[in-house]
Write a protein that binds this ligand. Sequence first.
Ligand code: NAD
Length: 313
Amino acid sequence: MSKWKILVSDKIPENGIRILSTAAEVEYKPSVSAEDLLDIISDFDALVVRSRTRVTADVFAAASNLKVVGRAGVGVDNIDLASAQSYNVTVVNTPSATTIAVAEHTLALMLGLIRSAPQADAGMKSGRWLKKHLMGSELSGKVLGIIGVGHIGAAVAQRAAAFGVRVIGYDPNVSDDVMRRRGVEPAAPEELYAQSDIISLHVPLNPSTRNMIDGQALAQMKRGVYLICTARGGLIDETALHFALVSGQAAGAALDVYAQEPPGLTALVAHPHVIATPHIAAQTKEAQARAAADVAEEVLAALRGESLRWKIV
Ligand code: NAD
């Protein structure tokens, strides 16, 4: 039997390519354009992506031999799942590979926000000693509201607890029992908004979560709330968040993800109380190596018709 052909169309670490190469012919084209992808995809049995490649309905229509798409990472909003299903293509991801990296980055942003660490550093680098201007707060004793208590939400809760934070959470798909076992007190959205000093989002982006944090939600939050989003751009209405920062309703925000990426120097990114990072939450050597190994093993398992750990469709 001829070997399977696998296209890797985004940058993934070497260990993933090595695993795929044990059973398939691998073409590594981490910067292939959307047009070139359409031209070549019919040659391949499997496609491995991160978040750059958009696996659209057109790609599925052109991919006459495609059996599986593997996403090294969690979010699959760059893959048209309905088309995958209609063309009978399996989609797998690596749901736990990046959990620790994203949770740790969330904590870094949380501490950075309440102590103004980036602003302090920027001051030093411009020769200013901002000691009197930068009065911080402590995490200890604060209420953290987590929206989406899945892998990452639970990992954030566990780490925040070590700082003496009270963690409350909302997730319509996690039972109160499971939530408590994850160290999170269940709360309805209105309670979470009203009680939280800091709110962190850990939900997927889909039609029901798009713009879930809009002007109305922001207005229900405590005055002086801090918002953190390391999940997906599009969950927060960025215009409404900017307005809340200008009015003082929100004391600060830390964002790793944006409705449009890269966002450029928008008023939101430029706001002095915003910490902005360029979608790096999952970007640790450890997480990327784990995701590459997990996706490679899962894609080969799908090609071999074996049972799958992380099948999405
Ligand atoms: P997960 O599936 O384990 O958890 C997501 C949780 O959100 C689920 O428990 C789900 O029930 C809950 N949820 C769905 N809709 C909700 C709603 N309307 N309100 C409240 N909860 C809701 O996923 P995860 O591994 O914890 O990842 C969370 C998100 O983080 C991913 O969807 C992904 O978009 C994002 N992410 C970002 C990066 C990054 O680089 N910044 C990296 C990895 C993941």
